[in-house]
Design a protein around this ligand. Structure first.
Ligand SMILES: [Zn+2]
Ligand SMILES: [Zn+2]
Length: 230
């Protein structure tokens, strides 16, 4: 699927039902998440279609250590030589490429069925070193002051990213999803903690929201979050 511009300077790429993002900034481009194993060639092709080469990617942020987000990390780090960032609670898993923590399905029959079909954590991917750990509240200069928000629940090291440009864009990763409507992710390590994280996100202001899975919300996104989880 071709790259989709969400707002000026932010693009979304989708490969095998997983979304990845690119932020353009004067300090070089930042790639957010890397897809399932084997996604690198497709992603590099999509980047080329918007005029970006692998050498333009200076930073890679991993939102959390699940195989569908770190699966092509090692391949893309090799290809781009980018500096890699992730919350400290998940860096060990990304480095080893194994040891994924178990999850339980989110509430609702539909999610339980999809969880059984699509969530496979008893697996391994190619591991690679993380260069720098992220913490809640970090502001990343290299991506236009992108703010790190620690949102455990789906995964202990899950981070969301708030980009203040263009009315505010929340990159919610897998804290929640927007597949057939804004709602839970398919599974959580700790569903109660996941609820607290969603409440925390609901207190923020952002015009648009993007997800690891599902379509972006382009208008009044934080109003929808507040209605659901505030
Ligand atoms: Zn996940
Ligand atoms: Zn995911």
């Amino acid at each position: 699927m071709a790259a989709e511009q969400i707002v000026p300077g932010l693009y979304m790429f989708s490969t095998r039902a997983v979304n990845m993002f690119l932020i353009e900034s004067p300090a070089g481009c930042t790639l957010i998440d890397t897809g399932l194993p084997g996604s690198a060639p497709n992603l590099l092709q999509e980047l080329a279609a918007i005029g970006k080469q692998s050498r333009d990617i200076h930073h890679i942020i991993l939102t959390h250590a699940h195989p569908d987000h770190i699966g092509s990390f090692a391949a893309l780090k090799r290809e781009t030589n980018a500096r890699a960032y992730m919350h400290r609670l998940d860096t060990g898993i990304a480095t080893a490429g194994r040891g994924f923590r178990p999850m339980t399905p989110a509430p609702g029959l539909r999610r339980r069925i999809l969880f059984r079909l699509f969530v496979h954590l008893d697996t391994s991917v190619e591991g690679e070193m993380i260069d720098q750990s992220l913490e809640d509240g970090d502001r990343l200069d290299f991506a236009d002051d992108l703010q790190v928000i620690h949102t455990p629940g789906h995964c202990a090291g899950q981070v969301c990213l708030l980009w203040r440009k263009n009315g505010g864009v929340l990159l919610a990763a897998d804290a929640c999803s927007n597949m057939g409507g804004l709602g839970w992710s398919l599974g959580y390590e700790d569903v109660e903690e996941g609820k607290r994280s969603l409440k925390k996100l609901s207190s923020l202001n952002f015009q648009s929201a993007c997800f690891g899975h599902g379509k972006p919300i382009r208008e009044l996104a934080s109003v929808q979050f507040a209605k659901k989880w505030g």
